[in-house]
Ligand binder design. Sequence first.
Ligand code: AGP
Length: 612
Amino acid sequence: MCGIVGYTGKLQAGPVIIDGLAKLEYRGYDSTGMAINDGAKLQIEKAVGRLNVLENLTHDGSTMPGTAGIGHTRWATHGTPSDVNAHPQFNTARTIAVVQNGIIENYIQLKEKLENSGYQFVSETDTEVIAHLLNHYYKKYEKDPMRAIVHSLQRMEGSYAIAVMFEDQPDEVYAVRKDCPLICGISDKGSFAASDATALLKYTRNVYYLDNKVIAKLTKTDGIHFYNLDQEEIEVPMSHVEWDTAAAEKGGYDHFMLKEIYEQPKTVRDTVSPRVKKGEIVIDELGLTDDEIRKIEKIFIVACGSAYHTGVTGKYVIEGLARIPVETDLASEFRYRDPIFTPNSVLIVVSQSGETADTLAALRLAKKNGVRVLAIVNVVGSSIARVADHVFYTWAGPEIAVATTKAYSAQLCAMYLLGMKFARVRGHLDDQHYASMLEDLKRLPDQIELLLNNHEPIQRFANRYIAARDIFFIGRGIDYAISLEGSLKLKEISYIHSEAYAAGELKHGTISLMEEGTLVAAVSTQPDLYEKMISNMEQVKSRGAFVLAVTNVGNTAIEKAADYIIHIPNTNKYFTNSLAIIPLQLFAYYIACSRGCDVDKPRNLAKSVTVE
Ligand code: AGP
């Protein structure tokens, strides 16, 4: 979603902000803008379209002199993408500039009140309300920025991250968040604010994670000061980002997505190995004693998109191994369905960004009902990580491509580790079985590597389907979970319509869509379901479908029903998703490239979805 950058310091702010916005492009946006204070005046430039439009307009920021500024990439929520709706928004005199991520839920009421007081609005955005509100209180409280901000925040409802500048405070930038991402950073070059650390890595890895409604005052030479709503100065501990700039660069790959696909062996290793010590799974961050694990009556897994798909896998893994009932839910549904929490239930939320609005709301709902929450999260210091009771970090490093790959793989491993740990503690996994599963887990990175090295046949196959209109993915059991993810990957980046079905459901409706040449990707990695899958494949084939099978090495019986086969190495039946997803990711990637799609930044999508 929207990206925010703020800076004040020794450098010219324009280029710093443009550079930061470029790092945030991956979040998804449709227009850009920035405001720079030249010491006497606020200069504001905005443009619809990609960042290069703003770059050209401002000669990479150099035509807007000044050492303090704020910048924005906007993903439209209120009002179409247009120059006037782009941020910064400003008051009528153009002396207060605001950039915002999120939604001001009561903006209509606020707007009405402000209009009744004579304020005139020029944009369709909720953000403009903030600029006029600040103006109102700034005048009322004798040009005291902190009082103006505090009083405005007290009026605003919703979730937001904002950065603000006042023309007559030329060296200062103010930043505050509520349930939307925003961090601050500090270096000898000055003070920074940004939606995430990738925008700051070039300048600093020393950052501050802000709690809700903590106001950061960024100064040119005196660091960053933090205040609560009583305007008292408070301490915020400094943290150190472990990633370096290379982690957020393409590193010679054509796209971030391809780089991230190829990083999966490392991601899987980094997620698993620190949690396997002397032949035992040790998850220090779990926060549950063995006794508490034995008492768990139900697990809820709640997430969105691909993270939800890992939750579907998690259901099969945890129920299968640990015999604990699991309900996996889409966060956007869970939060409104009045779920029944029992005293010994645990909720697991899964999120790469740690900022997904629906997932965060589901987490809060569980906590309100006294349910313990474990978050499987990738981004350190994110909102979900800060609100959950316990955090299982996936250590996948920064994921830039909108379509998740490596974070998804790391989340799958988190599910395996949790399933095995719970099973072991509850006495469902004997020594021999446990040891052999650990061996299989250890082998996964090399097996993924093997599949990646054999990408060419998949690339060739993908090229045959660049004109496809519909592609179906089918599977049973845990293979249904991977079908969901394979289908989502394809549609989000290639814009080819695709559906995933539990293979047994085909004959209840979907089979009517089969025509001569329809491509059906059939995932079959569960030996006890091979026969059932073969019969589903034959059903679609006899109606003209072309069947691409993804199956284990050694499954020869499938040959008669498949037109093309991709083999994955053998592993434990609960871990096959980690291998089957590789050819499906590559297939989606190559088909999208051949169709000339913007693979890393697919249309209409945002990397982290911070609004409902
Ligand atoms: C996956 O490729 C998507 N971009 C999307 O479905 C994503 O998984 C979903 O929005 C959840 O995001 P999160 O993991 O950051 O919570």
